[in-house]
Design a protein around this ligand. Sequence first.
Ligand code: SF4
Length: 420
Amino acid sequence: MRYEYRFPELPELKDTSIWVENRGKRLRTKVEGKCPLWLRVIRRWYFDMFSFTKPIVQSPDGNFYSLYLPPIPSPAHARMFSSTISSIYFKRPLPLAVTIGVTTDCQYLCAHCSAAGRSESASILSLDELKRVVRECLDLGVSNITFTGGEPLLRSDLEECVACVPSELATSQVFTNGLALTINRARSLKEAGLHGVQISLDSPSPEEHDRLRGMTGAFKAVKEGVKNALDAGLYVGVSTYATKRVALDHTLVKIVELCHEWGAHEVSVFDAISTGRLRDQEVELLDAPSRKVLLKDAKDMNRRYRGKLRVVTQTWTNSGHGLSKVIGCLAAHMQFHVTAQGDFAPCDFTPLSIGNVREKSVAEIWRLLLKHPAYCKRSMNCRMQDPDFRKKYIDTIPEGADLPYPIELLESEKRPQSNS
Ligand code: SF4
């Protein structure tokens, strides 16, 4: 596969093309037209990084490196790269990814659910509304769309949501607990154009996973879900989260070994964050020593399964390690979240609403987010794990309020207090 990457947003680069080709596992690039030095440097760094990393799968549609990235090269990835270059050039972030809630329903009542506490009173987005939201996200330049919940597979029209993501513009994935991921459902999602699924796994121990999910057979459902998704031809990731204890116990090693045995392509490790049902509980959050253990395990696993399975950790990008100097907190930088009721939140874990897509366009709310004092500057660390941010914006959310809580309201409530 060989594809021409262009930069339509940048007048200075109107005659510039970067041709990207996957020759086996390596990526080759060739510049045509005038190309400033800064772009040559970025091109080299960016594509060499992938050549060094090695793809998990090589396919005629491009090399597959991660469920969070379109295959390289591909039209969708050309959009992602072009948005990245525009963000750097204009010093104004353009989102690359969005997570969209499609339902609040779920078969489980997990202790760590990040969606818990979300408004039950507001109606969920209709299919037509969801299609409009997807279109607006694509117009804004998003090239990776994740459908989430609740449990998205409980929505019978999920295939129609997936079908409105053209593969030449973006890749789509679904975050699921796997319980309803039968072979027929996996096939119909694949036929609708789905790129991949991320199935959540809390523990490598069947008993512990079942306990955390509150249902016997939950672990078996994950294993079967992985198999069904693979049989249907989907890319498969397994997502999990790390507390301090999980990291220090090297649980990640056992999870990755299991996922490799099942044939999964990727394991994503999110930090445990005090949000959703965990918001008011004592959570053993990762600290510097446990992050170090987690990152070492991830590195070892990536070396062991290179070219077969990838381990990606949130810690690598947002906590002063690894890519944190380039990426940092994804909110207001690379991604945002739309809840099933249309609230626009900075990310899936942040219980704050910047506006509602029923009242304003996605682009309009993205611009509001970028102007907000809490989000107008890049944060290299996770805001939801930053005590100062939490003190100001999370701890002040009124008890029992529907989430995500309007950030505007939070500020107007603060004003009279400070005047008194
Ligand atoms: S606050 Fe930032 S780093 Fe933390 S979970 Fe949200 S996007 Fe990720």
